[in-house]
Design a protein around this ligand. Structure first.
Ligand code: SF4
Length: 297
């Protein structure tokens, strides 16, 4: 069985593996400023789930130039990636003013924006569609789970139909949708996670999987320390991940197979800290289970 990994997709579309420049828009999040919540998602860090982003005091152009010094590129082209907080949480005018110069740069091949599905008005989608005519725009949506009980537990702050509607509108506008899923949310069964993957696979062009991990300073860390739930063991994670991938349509690009916690803040699971080893183990599991014929991660 074939699955579409991001590096293959990038090589096919752009002739090389493009690297991401981690940039900061300076926007906040409605799940933190009181609009739909004050404490944010239960796993969210102070950095708005974007631990490695550039300094927001720099202009976007300065951030791009700074970040380019830290990542390789054969052709000098990159993905401009706005990961932390909610990067469409502003007026359509501000969104256009911020991202238009980015897509006009010769060194930017793709604009990738992480946001919430409840922050995508018709006007915003229309601006993104305009930008998408200049360079491909990817919109990343942090769904995490399709199950309402889990969504409430993690304080996601919107119900599933909001995601469904936003994903449809984006796709109708020709914008690629990448959905984030967390495997191992407290009290979810393997079957719950498979159902989330199946649903997200139908709605998305790409999926980012990661395991639930616990970082210092998050609300979920307090619950974890009280032993109110357990985390997945490494073997369980790999097993569930393999089965989730099997359920995805072949054209869905897999953007991520593991979490990427800041090691200095990681409380658990410690097996997630060795990303190279983990990717190797996932790769071996794919081979063992004949999921990935001749594919290397
Ligand atoms: S939507 Fe993103 S930035 Fe906002 S609270 Fe949740 S994880 Fe944090």
């Amino acid at each position: 069985m074939y699955y579409n990994k991001l590096s293959d997709y990038l090589k096919k579309e752009y002739g090389e593996k493009l690297y991401k420049l981690l940039l900061t828009s300076g926007m906040t999040c409605p799940n933190r400023d009181g609009t739909c919540g004050t404490n944010g998602c239960i796993f969210c860090s102070e950095e708005g789930s974007g631990e490695f982003a550039a300094d927001s005091k720099l202009s976007i152009n300065e951030q791009i130039e700074f970040s380019k010094r830290t990542v390789p590129s054969v052709s000098g082209k990159y993905i401009a990636y706005f990961q932390s907080f909610t990067n469409t949480y502003a007026s359509a005018e501000r969104i256009k003013a911020l991202y238009y110069p980015v897509v006009c740069r010769d060194d930017i091949a793709v604009l990738s924006i992480a946001t919430r599905p409840d922050c995508l008005s018709d006007e915003t989608i229309s601006v993104l569609s305009e930008l998408n005519r200049i360079k491909p725009v990817w919109v990343e949506l942090g769904l995490q789970t399709i199950h309402e009980q889990s969504a409430q537990f993690i304080r996601r702050g919107y119900p599933l139909p909001v995601y469904e509607n936003a994903a449809k509108l984006l796709k109708n506008a020709g914008i690629k949708v990448i959905t984030h899923l967390i495997l191992g949310l407290p009290f979810e069964t393997k079957n719950d996670m498979l159902r989330s993957a199946e649903f997200a696979g139908r709605m998305s062009d790409g999926i980012k999987f990661h395991m639930l991990y616990i970082q210092k300073g998050t609300d979920i860390a307090k619950l974890y320390e009280k032993n109110t739930f357990r985390l997945l063991e490494k073997e369980e994670y790999i097993d569930i991940l393999c089965d989730c991938i099997r359920l995805l349509p072949a054209n869905v690009v897999i953007h991520r197979l593991t979490g990427d916690a800041d090691k200095s803040k990681l409380i658990a699971p410690m097996w997630s800290a060795d990303k190279i080893k983990l990717l190797k183990d996932i790769n071996n599991a794919f081979y063992d289970r004949d999921i990935c014929q001749g594919e290397h991660l």
